[in-house]
Design a protein around this ligand. Structure first.
Ligand code: GDG
Length: 732
């Protein structure tokens, strides 16, 4: 496969757009005409594209034909991931369909939580990663689809860190209250966060995802950007579109016209209600039938004049809940038909099978009303296809409010699928709606579907992915590795007088739940000792912590220290001194407010330092803490208007302190005194920005972690800082 476009785009989904089957020793290949395949088709020209997925048949069944299958699929730009029968059962039918599907559709009592199935899910995702690893190059773009492959983005990221990886979830992402029930919730979220861009159908799903990430993994977000220790990840809404033109043109084709005629002969002059779904408990089939029954009950004038064509497509045959649903459905259709039918009229025309595309288009065309009332649905493309097919504008869509599509199809009659009375009433309203109103509603929805069709949806996603990749680089600054790090080492070796200003928390050590737990470890002492041993070096530990703690930790080393963000300084071998005299009376006014907020926010606490008060909220419920932190800040800002103090926000802390003090001012004490020809300053939060600001342009200023910064360089975490310091100290 040659390099046609600038980069390779690899689509990954559980199923390939081509299905393989073997009957009576004969292989056959069947192309799917699904929305995804259509939407992505245009990319095959723009990019050098490939599609990776399972061909739909267990490996054992085509054991002798693997090479033939591969060759055939290659012609279609497809690469198969062969799954053994055990994984088809435990990965696909198992964890995917029995655990994720019910849980994400708010059926937690249907969800099976089994570690055997979870292990199969991990194995399935690994198999995909293995196949992909052989195909991928660092500049490639990978777009992973749906709930079968939620671990894949992180697996790929680990193997090829530079990849651009997008992930799109086609089903709902549930509220964190539901999602958290999954025993492997951390792993699933971390798996998805391997992607650079995570897409969903609606803003609600994005919100649920972000709040799960925050509650479960503790990563904050703003403007849908999640900041992890290592990367910025964008989450966003991409409501999937359909092949709008395709559905419109289909209506004109002779084959569809023929089908329309056939249906018409059967239903005569009756008005037609249609619905099309896979057989699935999420689709609300039983509730819908009950509502139809109530409609016939309450509005007898419509009996004999309306036919409900219920197309149910077989799905996940063999899974217990589906078999039960099939029995219930058969029984209910029989009962309703038995209750109302007359000679010459059967209320429900029930079709349990998959139909050709022509028949589907014909159904859309004859449907005066489409009754689509899922209990949960990621999007629901049938609703969109119906609207697109109504070329004459003469149709009404009744849409359940729990389908993602309801978010963008406000001109439909939107109903609560569980409210039988409302659905029954909606059917009556739809049947009695004037032609003008129908046309107005239809054309508004059609304009949107035309503009944001499936091709636009797919190109929007890929463009956004590339844009996210570009923003990540801008966001994260230049990394102090490779040649840049070598240059630093050279400058360090050549220098006569050097100073190293090192922030403590988040720079030399990682964060802990309780500040007192983050104490220095033997490795850190070794690193510091090796740096101090060189007499050309001044090593200054700069911290927001109080002088007593720093003294306890580093008092025995000949390092200099800055405590409480610059209130106190201590020169090597000297005593603690205050940079300038500060008054502390303001504390009595501020303390009661902090106490009030501590009482109102479980998990928060106050730390009292000599010249500042700090409110910590790392261990609180993140949602409540954000609200409280904002309220507290407002309250404090009002109070301190006339005082010489400031309110500063750090990493899950709010600190109130004297404004004339900061870390930048404190390090000037050293910079003004000596003629250093090497300066390194490293820090992780906004209090360190004051230091980055006062050092000369040529100094090595390093921001640890993500975020906008004045520093010239960046390192990911304390481990990377330590690695660099080890090189400087000669211990590596
Ligand atoms: C998942 C999410 C989300 C149906 N019967 C026949 C047939 N179809 C086609 C329809 C439509 C597709 O299948 C069904 O798509 P839906 O969106 O309605 O539902 P799911 O299959 O559950 O899909 C869903 C979707 O992913 C996309 O992100 O919208 O929420 O659950 O295109 O036309 N096609 C043919 N014969 C049939 O009998 N030819």
């Amino acid at each position: 496969m040659g390099e046609i476009g600038p980069r390779k785009l690899i689509i990954v989904s559980n199923r390939l757009p081509v299905s393989v089957s073997k009957k009576a020793g004969k292989l056959s290949f069947q192309r799917s005409v699904g929305g995804l395949a259509t939407g992505l088709a245009s990319f095959y020209r723009q990019y050098d594209s490939l599609w990776v997925g399972w061909p739909g048949v267990a490996e054992e069944k085509i054991k002798e034909d693997l090479q033939t299958v591969k060759r055939h699929l290659k012609k279609e730009n497809c690469v198969p991931v062969f799954l053994p029968q055990s994984l088809v059962d435990q990965f696909y039918h198992g964890f995917c369909n029995k655990t994720v599907w019910p849980l994400f559709h708010y059926f937690p009592n249907y969800a099976v939580f089994s570690s055997a199935l979870w292990n199969a899910y991990k194995k399935g995702n690994q198999l995909f990663a293995d196949v992909l690893e052989d195909l991928l190059r660092p500049g490639d773009i990978v777009w992973v689809h749906d709930f079968h492959l939620m671990l894949l983005p992180a697996l790929l990221r680990k193997r090829i860190p530079e990849l651009a990886v997008g992930f799109f979830l086609h089903i709902p992402f549930p509220s964190s209250e539901i999602f958290r029930l999954m025993p492997w919730r951390d792993e699933v979220l971390k798996g998805i966060l391997g992607a650079d861009l995570v897409g969903f159908h609606t803003a609600d799903y994005v919100g649920h995802f972000l709040s799960s990430v925050r509650r479960i993994l503790g990563y904050e977000h703003s403007f849908n950007q999640i900041l992890t220790e290592r990367r910025m990840i964008q989450a966003d809404v991409f409501p999937m579109g359909i092949d709008y033109e395709g559905f419109r043109k289909a209506i004109e084709s002779p084959a569809v016209k023929e089908e329309i005629e056939r249906i018409r002969q059967r239903v005569g002059s009756n008005r037609v209600i249609i619905s099309v779904d896979r057989l699935d408990y999420t689709k609300g089939l039983l509730h819908r039938l009950e509502a139809f029954e109530l409609f016939l009950d309450r509005y007898p004038e419509w009996r004999g004049k309306v036919t409900f064509i219920l197309l149910v497509v077989p799905s996940r045959v063999g899974v217990e809940h589906y078999a039960q649903l099939k029995r219930d459905l058969d029984e209910m259709v029989g009962r309703i038909n038995g209750k109302y039918d007359t000679i010459g009229w059967i209320p429900i025309w029930y079709l349990y099978r998959s139909v050709p595309r022509e028949m589907l288009s014909a159904l859309y065309a004859v449907g005066d009303v489409a009754l689509i009332t899922p209990l949960r649905d990621g999007m629901n493309l049938v609703a969109k296809e119906y609207v697109a097919s109504k070329v004459d504008g003469n149709g009404v869509l009744i849409l359940g409010e729990l389908a993602g599509a309801a978010r963008e199809m406000g001109e439909a009659i939107i109903v609560n699928p569980l409210d039988r009375g409302a659905v029954a009433k909606a059917i009556k309203t739809a049947l009695e709606m004037s032609d003008e109103e129908k046309a107005v509603r239809m054309s508004a929805m059609q304009r949107r579907l035309e503009r944001y069709d499936v091709v636009r949806w797919a190109s929007d996603f890929v463009e956004r992915l590339l844009d996210t990749k570009a923003r990540q680089i801008a966001f994260s600054g230049k990394k102090l590795i490779g040649e840049e790090a070598d240059k630093l080492i050279q400058d360090y070796s050549k220098a006569r007088r050097r100073v190293l200003f090192l922030d403590y928390d988040g720079t030399l050590v990682g964060f802990r739940d309780k500040p007192e737990k983050a104490e220095p470890d033997p490795e850190l002492y070794e690193i510091l000792k090796s740096l101090i041993a060189d007499e050309k070096n001044d090593v200054v530990i700069v911290s927001g912590r109080d002088p007593y703690t720093l003294q306890r930790w580093f008092g025995d080393l000949s390092v200099s220290m800055i405590a409480e963000h610059g209130v106190w300084i201590k020169e090597t071998g000297g005593e603690w001194e205050m940079i300038e005299l500060l008054d502390n009376e303001w504390k009595d006014k501020v303390r009661p407010i902090l106490e009030l907020y501590t009482d109102r926010t479980p998990g928060s606490f106050i730390e009292e330092k000599e010249f500042s008060l700090v409110w910590h909220y790392r261990r609180c419920d993140p949602m409540l803490a954000t609200v409280r932190a904002r309220e507290l800040k407002d309250a404090l800002l009002q109070l301190i208007a006339n005082l010489e103090i400031g309110v500063l926000e750090g990493n899950k802390v709010i600190e109130v302190k004297n404004t004339s003090i900061n870390k930048g001012r404190a390090i000037l004490h050293w910079l003004a005194r000596d003629d250093y020809d090497f300066i390194l300053v490293a820090g992780d939060d906004w209090t360190d920005e004051d230091m980055f600001e006062v050092v000369p342009d040529w100094a090595y200023s390093v921001k640890v972690g993500f975020g906008i910064s004045k520093a010239r360089y960046r390192l990911d975490d304390p481990e990377e800082v330590r690695e660099l310091l080890k090189r400087l100290g000669g211990t590596k």
